[in-house]
Design a protein around this ligand. Sequence first.
Ligand code: MIC
Length: 624
Amino acid sequence: MPGTVTEKLIEDHLVDGLMEPGEEIALDIDQTLTQDATGTMVMLELEAMDVDHLETELSAQYVDHNLIQEDNKNPDDHLFLKSACEKWGIWYSPAGNGVSHPVHQERFGVPGKTLLGSDSHTPAAGAMGMLAMGAGGLDVAMAMAGEPYRVNMPEVWGVELRGELPAWCSAKDVILEMLRRHDVDGGVGRVIEYHGPGLASLTAMDRHVIANMGTELGATSTVFPADDAVKQFLAQQHRAAEFKPLHADDDVEYHVTETIRLDEIEPMIAKPSSPGNVVPVADVQGKEIYQAYIGSSANPGLRDFAVPAMIVDGQRVPPEISFDVNPTSRQMLQNLTDMGYLGKLYASGARVHQAGCNGCIGMGQAPATGRNSLRTVPRNFPGRSGTREDSVFLCSPETAAASALTGEITDPRTLEETHGITYPDWTEPEQIIVDESALSPPPETLGGELEKGPNVKSLPTFERVPNAITGPVLMKVGDDISTDEIMPAGSEVLPYRSNIPKISEWVFDQIEQGFYERASKQGAPWLVVGGSNYGQGSSREHAALAPYHLGMRAALAVSYARIHWQNLVNFGIVPLEFMIGTTTMPSTRATPSNCRPFARSYRTVARSPCATPRKIRRSRSSTG
Ligand code: MIC
């Protein structure tokens, strides 16, 4: 049978299960990625499981989220993570070295491998011909300890790209077009596989942009073939020898097919407060803005900074506009400086921040209340910017730079007429400065003590899941509720990612201030009722751990986002589903007869974080 890239990757890593869409399969995981905001919990889970050594080919830990060191908490977490890397043999990327996804692609991306990351945007590495998936921390910890990753066999959604992007449009407009067509749940249960002649004009970092935000479509992952673009990327990163081609066979059949004509793409924008709320920029043109922001894992390429730098070159951003530049990595800063682009950005009035995720999850750069903020980041869920009443739009670097110049939402194509600016000519350089000096490899001798600051609290203990749960519904929410609404991020909350009792004070706070007091008064057990795609967005298992701590024991929703469903199950919250189309609504008393995933959930819950993981015999040491 001819195979797609996705099927080849899965077949090569299949440990258990049938490759039939919807069937549970188990996959061998070659590499893991953890970032600090979820990684502390991963390390606490490895500790709770008493894991003495890792089984992955490579595990890497990045510090890119909790960068504001306003007191001891974040730096203590960084040291804790460093000590964990030394104990278990994990690569360590310190604060300031850069955003996990692009740095991982640059240093460790290898065609043909699997990657599991405790961050929902891990699929970005699909740009390299890898099968990369986001998961909750416990699943990542289990993979590090040698357990295969269990996921439902996806359908493969073949998206054929034709033509070439017109001037003033870039990869971000392609993925925003996908979101315009399919909204935040269009990719559920699928891997999106891009193919066709249009691929030739997209670099590996352009593909990263598209793969990164496949997560916003709810997709299990996104993959691209490993072709010349990947070869060039690896050569640019001084890793040419690691290239291996990976292509779909001829005449392959996809479960779902779609075509995008790149030459028909126009600048797109996602309006507040959902990445699926996409319209052409021209439709919202003229709205006054407060902030234009470039950077994040959704637009991390050199061109994503160089092109805006060339757009604003010789111009000055109005003084009332906050033009925030968030460089991807230390290496990128060195290159932008060396090539003169950083100087152009500064001269235009930009505020240049340290390399990292920063304002993408509200770690600084929060916009003023109700004022429009244009960002190249992947998400604009309510309050995620750090401002409760925010108004965040998602767009390309071209649209952000054009709007920074004019002070209002601007279709970048109009700059030719209004400012006499022609679309910058950009060709990806063959040679750049490559600097991995800040990355610490695993030490020769492993072991040592975990360095726990006063804010690092060990993993709480969990009760056995009972056979029946009776309790009141404390919260009722609609469709597409994101984990940002269940367990907010932001600079005030994120420092408590390694302290479950404390972070639980913000559970559902974005929806109801004072929920913590109400839930604490109620005590366990209580339930939440939700609509479809409950828990979309981030992989943060805190959105399950913290509600559990407050007494949540079951959710009752129309459907769940994949990663959040796994997180609920992992930590003993039973994810029940309404049986749509029947006349009898299920009661809040959970029994196998009124909930579809119950039996399966219960089985998975048995893999509690306190149990030592069963070591599997890995089917291969490398994917070959
Ligand atoms: C995000 O983009 O939402 C995050 C912050 O990177 C999260 C992880 C987190 O909550 O720490 C994600 O995407 O999984």
